[in-house]
Design a protein. Sequence first.
Length: 472
Amino acid sequence: MENHCAICALAGSLVKARLLVLFLPFIFAIHLSGQNAPALPPDGGGAYQVDSGPCLSAVQRAEIAAGLVANTAALAREGKLPPVSRSVVQFDWPVQMAPGLGWNNFYTVNNFVDHELVAGVREYECGQRTYDGHLGIDIDLWPYPWYQKENNLARVVAAAPGVIIGKEDGNQDESCSWGNGGAWNAIYIRHADGSAAWYGHLKRNSLTAKPVGASVAKGEYLGIVASSGYSTWPHLHFEVYRAEPYVYDNLIDPYWGECNFTNFESWWADQQPYRQPTVNAVLTHNAPPEIGCVQDENPYFSDYFTPGDMAYAAVYFRDQLQGMVSTLRIRTPNGAIWNEWTHISPEDYTSSWWYWGIGLPTSGPFGTWSFEVTFNNETHAHFFEYESLVSTASVEASPVAVFPNPARETLSIQGLQERPVIVEIYSAAGQLLFRQEAGEEGIRLSGLAPGMYLVKIMDGEAVYTSRVVKAD
Ligand SMILES: [Zn+2]
């Protein structure tokens, strides 16, 4: 028996040694590739930070609290409110990414509940990540909060099942500074144990059609994250009370930590860590992206480049902490590393972003390239098309031209070998919008919104690509 085991152990260690020999050079190569990459200062970016202030004024909060108590009394009289039970409420996360966004993550957690009643601020972990008197949790959309809001990409869902005890809708939802907000759009849910959650700053006319008194399931759609009321950017304000009346003495901070003085355990089914370093998105742009208030946010998303273009490769982080290293790589269509560099976070950020202007090699190779980022032991990639303006078998001066440019209704084509040809129209972001056959009459642009498009003309074996501006 003993012998047998000794042989087993020997065989096992031999196998391990063999595996190590096999894997060592590989591990070493990966290690070296990251180590050797130079640090390259970004061309722009930094913290995405806006002034914080009260999500509700004291008057607003008192009015809401009184209205909700009146509603629950009326619902109880009508028999629409189940009696309070001793069930334990456990929250799931109250925001969800709409399908199709394709980012790794779409939010950061900015302000927690302030537990310091006298002076200064202190959240559940005894840190400063809140502002004075904050009674809820702010879940900020990040990056491109206004783009997300406009396109309904961040949904508010019920963190726990319950009954709708209040709804406010119809208020403007593009607040950019504190104090100008007026009333917010919000929905209020009472849970089986008598506790209640407030979901505020929602998008106008996005609230569930269910009326006050209706039940909602955990995870059910409630509305869209926006910036109604006292708000500077699209975010969800999530505020919880253990019971009526909705006053500070009944406040709950769902996060358990040693400086939580409102309750003694987490109300989350699975409490997220205090910091969660994450790459939210890896994107490419055709101009330096602009982050700001609704009219100042210009993403310049683009996944399509041609020689001579500057591609802006950008990374958007949640909880990028001081000293954390990101390794960034650009790969050619065959997967080879064309460029690799590192970035070291200069400080702690809740929401941060950095971008680099990239001049792709004018001689190619052409095809689908990728921009990838390794951060906190995870790698995320974004693909983009890099095409020559004229990608023909024999690359001569392009005989094909389109005009006028900018164009209104139609675009004429000059220099074709054959007619008709197949034409594809792409958005500036590289998304195929439609395909048409074009003959003598040219390319029809009616129906396209003003803006920049890519026109791809398939003339027999040859493919020609042009950028065209559709005028008003
Ligand atoms: Zn808030």
